[in-house]
Design a protein around this ligand. Structure first.
Ligand SMILES: NC(=O)c1ccc[n+]([C@@H]2O[C@H](COP(=O)([O-])OP(=O)(O)OC[C@H]3O[C@@H](n4cnc5c(N)ncnc54)[C@H](O)[C@@H]3O)[C@@H](O)[C@H]2O)c1
Ligand SMILES: [Zn+2]
Length: 372
């Protein structure tokens, strides 16, 4: 498809890289990699849903540019983001004799990106890698910023590294085969960028949501590029999350707790953080005087995007959710910290919220009311 290609730079000194966004970019993968002075051998890591659709084009493009690629296909879904799959990838890389100069291409959604990035960060103490994200969530969020890792039984993303890619290639055409539910889930992160950083983006989404849901190529390109720009700006200032980068967690304290306590699978990440962002907006009204009308606008936009806006909980579920929230990485010294909104487009991080308020918001009395 012919849409203008956009370029966003992630400014991280010697680790800086470009994100390219546009239609038909998969065919340019080889040519773009050729500009990076990488070794000839490479491995394309993909999953069983993405591989059959896009691996052939990726491999052909790499071969045409003179590379010698091997294909590694892992199972699809969150459970593949495990040390077991990492081990299987190492074995394949070693059997194909990939060496220090060889590189890895992650072709898929956030699961493949996080997994392949972790493999790249650790195989031979690190080989270069390239992200080719094929979900909306991966294009606007997980492929940019260098957080890579896998899950343990004890929880999500408990093993990982900061390891930046050399290049990110967002081919918007790949989004056409993405299940609608996954696309909507990605929109939850898109809306998040509007809330945390860019009121104009939020308004744009309010005005043009229908067009975006129809995957209008020009609008999609503009929106994905703007989200990448925001993430690049935030990560460029705070790569390892000592401060500002925390704003990207808006809606994630409650969102992660929902994912955790309902088991992965019931709610997609984007669905859980849709509920989480609406809850965070309401907490912002109570704690920071965020305007009620703005909280309504936020709820409306998520609703129109086809995302869940609330959750009804039994008292036992509520207790489980609170416990999960307290286990989250964002808790220090027993207090739950939130990213809260002051305005649409402006948030503050590290806000302590009294537990009673969170409980009230989740529609309940004291947290121990489930104990008979
Ligand atoms: N590293 C980060 O900064 C970061 C940020 C956010 C999320 N994440 C991680 O990302 C993961 C979620 O990523 P996701 O939402 O992309 O999920 P995913 O990778 O599981 O992809 C969702 C589903 O869509 C399929 N798929 C992918 N692209 C497709 C396409 N173009 N056409 C048809 N099917 C396609 C996949 O096979 C999968 O079944 C989580 O593990 C999360 O922890 C990481
Ligand atoms: Zn998220």
């Amino acid at each position: 498809m012919l849409t203008a290609m956009r370029q966003v730079k992630v400014p991280l000194k010697e680790r800086s890289y470009s994100i390219f966004i546009g239609g038909g970019l998969l065919a340019r993968l080889g040519a773009e990699c050729a500009k990076l002075k990488l070794g000839q051998r490479c491995a394309v890591i993909t999953d069983r849903n993405v591989g059959p659709r896009y691996a052939r084009a990726a491999i052909a493009s790499l071969k045409a540019a003179g590379f010698d690629p091997v294909l590694i296909t892992v199972p699809a879904g969150e459970t593949a983001k495990s040390l077991k799959t990492v081990q299987a990838c190492y074995d394949e890389l070693a059997s194909h004799r990939l060496e220090r100069k060889s590189f890895i291409v992650a072709l898929g959604g956030g699961v493949v990106g996080d997994l392949a990035g972790f493999v790249a960060a650790t195989y031979l103490r690190g080989v270069p890698f390239v992200q080719v994200p094929t979900t909306l969530l991966a294009q606007v969020d997980s492929s940019v910023g260098g957080k890579v890792g896998v899950n343990l039984k004890a929880g999500k993303n408990l093993v990982g590294a900061f390891y930046q890619p050399k290049l990110v290639l967002c081919d918007l055409d790949t989004l056409r085969t993405l299940p609608k539910r996954e696309f909507r889930a990605g929109l939850a992160e898109v809306i998040k960028y509007g809330i945390i950083y860019d009121e104009a983006l939020f308004e744009r989404l309010e005005n043009r949501l229908a067009k975006l849901l129809k995957l209008d190529a020009k609008l999609l390109g503009e929106v994905v590029a703007r989200c990448c720009e925001i993430k690049a700006e935030v990560v460029g200032q705070d790569e390892t999350e000592t401060g500002l980068r925390a704003i990207l967690n808006f809606g994630h304290t409650i969102g992660h707790a929902i994912e955790n306590s309902f088991g992965y699978g019931k709610y997609l990440h984007g669905e859980a953080i849709s509920i989480g962002q609406i809850a965070a907006a309401e907490l912002s009204c109570a704690v920071l005087g965020f305007c009620g009308g703005c909280a309504e606008r936020i709820r409306d936009l998520f609703k129109r995007a086809g995302l869940p806006t609330e959750i009804s909980l039994t008292s036992a579920q509520r207790a489980k959710l609170l416990a999960a929230m307290k286990l989250d990485k964002k808790v220090s010294g027993g207090e739950i910290k939130f990213v809260l909104a002051e305005d649409i487009g402006k948030v503050v991080w590290g806000q302590k919220v009294p537990e009673e308020l969170v409980v009230e918001l989740l529609g309940g009395g004291p947290p121990d009311d489930s104990i008979p």
